[in-house]
Design a protein around this ligand. Structure first.
Ligand SMILES: [Zn+2]
Length: 283
């Protein structure tokens, strides 16, 4: 009986011991698990912080790229928008008329800008058309032609020298000194009546065919310019058969800036500046 009691007691002890062992084991496992979870969480946090940072860095980088791209796009679209605005704008001051009957206004002034330097020439134009002229020359060259600026802005003194030389040549050709100035004025404007003094006129010749005569019209350079100059705000100022209106001989090399707004219309109408101004007055 005692032996049986002792066996039961031992069994209970062993069972309790086993249970205690299991409990300790379970506690330890739970602790390990908790610690493991904490470690895992810490690792995950660290990892996600790195990931967030990497993402932020990338986002910053991407934002920079996007900003740069947007800037580029804005620059690319601004130019046509500016052109369209210019085209829509009324700028009647660009239509200033200077011809044998309308001399340059006494106090006329303009801001001049160097043009054609990259093409090996050294001239000045009114700053309102200098960039457009350079673009036109550039595009004309890109199209495979050989435009060459041979005259742009002229001072009163320079125009005077040109005119005096022309009178002399006209006399040497056999004309009387009395009639020579009038004849000369058909080709070289009287000082004070030349558009070149405005800074809005430019003579462009073909680099290969350099004569200032009607042969210019057959060069690929003039053909391109006559067809496209209006896009840059220029017109062929003295077209064939208009001497009675302009007072100047046919000059398939003399281009006048009037701005894209008017150049387009003048070209479409096929009229001279004098006729266009008369049409505007009649509107
Ligand atoms: Zn000219």
């Amino acid at each position: 009986m005692v032996k049986t009691k002792a066996k039961i007691f031992l069994g209970v002890i062993v069972t309790l011991g086993l249970m205690l062992g299991v409990m300790i084991q379970l506690t330890l496992m739970a602790r390990d698990e908790r610690e493991g979870r904490l470690q895992g969480e810490a690792l995950a946090r660290a990892m996600s912080a790195a990931a967030v940072k990497a993402f932020d860095d990338r986002a910053e980088q991407q934002a920079q790229i996007r900003a740069g791209w947007a800037e580029q796009q804005a620059a690319l679209t601004a130019e046509p928008v500016m052109r369209a605005e210019r085209r829509a704008q009324e700028q009647p001051e660009l239509l200033i008329l200077v011809n044998p009957w309308n001399p340059l206004p006494e106090e006329y002034t303009m801001v001049l800008q160097q043009v054609g330097r990259e093409f090996g020439t050294d001239y000045k134009m009114d700053e309102r058309c200098a960039d457009e002229l350079e673009q036109m020359i550039f595009d004309c060259r890109e199209a495979g032609n050989h435009p060459w600026i041979c005259s742009a802005y002229r001072t009163q003194q320079y125009q005077q020298n040109l005119f005096d030389n022309k009178v002399l040549r006209v006399i040497l050709e056999g004309n009387s000194p009395e009639e020579a100035p009038a004849i000369a004025a058909m080709a070289v404007a009287l000082p004070g009546t030349s558009e070149h003094q405005l800074g809005f006129a430019v003579d462009i010749i073909d680099e290969i065919y350099t004569n200032l005569d009607e042969g210019q019209e057959s060069t690929s350079t003039q053909q391109w310019l006559m067809e496209n100059c209006w896009r840059y705000g220029f017109i062929l100022r003295y077209p064939v058969g208009t001497t009675d209106i302009t007072g100047i001989i046919y000059e398939p090399w003399h281009y006048r800036y009037v701005g894209a707004r008017y150049a387009e219309e003048i070209s479409a109408l096929g009229v001279t500046l004098e006729e266009y101004l008369a049409m505007r007055r009649g509107r």
